[in-house]
Design a protein around this ligand. Sequence first.
Ligand SMILES: [Zn+2]
Length: 185
Amino acid sequence: MLDWRARKLSVGGPSLRTWKGGVSMRCPYCRHADSRVVDSREADDGQLIRRRRSCPACGKRFTTVEEAVLAVVKRSGVTEPFSRTKIMGGVRKACQGRPVDDDALALLAQKVEETVRARGAAEIPSHEVGLAILGPLRELDEVAYLRFASVYRSFESLGDFEREISALRASRDDAGKVGEPATSA
Ligand SMILES: [Zn+2]
């Protein structure tokens, strides 16, 4: 069976909840311009709404998925939709030559999205997205973390690196992992 997923773009989370039945959706089988919602249920703790739809023309059923778009506000004031792919791209650069694969990057991007969505705001400043990256990246790879943090926090001197490295060491000590390698294979 064809698993047809559609992402409806809309602004804001709360309005989505009251948007019963959603908008009309073209049938993926016969291209009929409208379809009837036969069932709606929340998934991913309410982050997604899955709708089972039925086409009045050909009678076939299909599923759509609606997700509230999270807008990232850049320093320039321009907004763009939150994108895990973008997060992965940015972090991948910091991970060059490091033992970090795409699965790990995808998991990191997922964690970042969960963190920023958990705030419940429809818009989030880009620097908060950067902040949300730092934690999971530090757990993933300390060298990549230092590279990312140096750009993100605009390190200007060796002193900035030294302070960050001291902070890394201190947090490792707190975790009771003195002398152990940062990452395990
Ligand atoms: Zn149809």
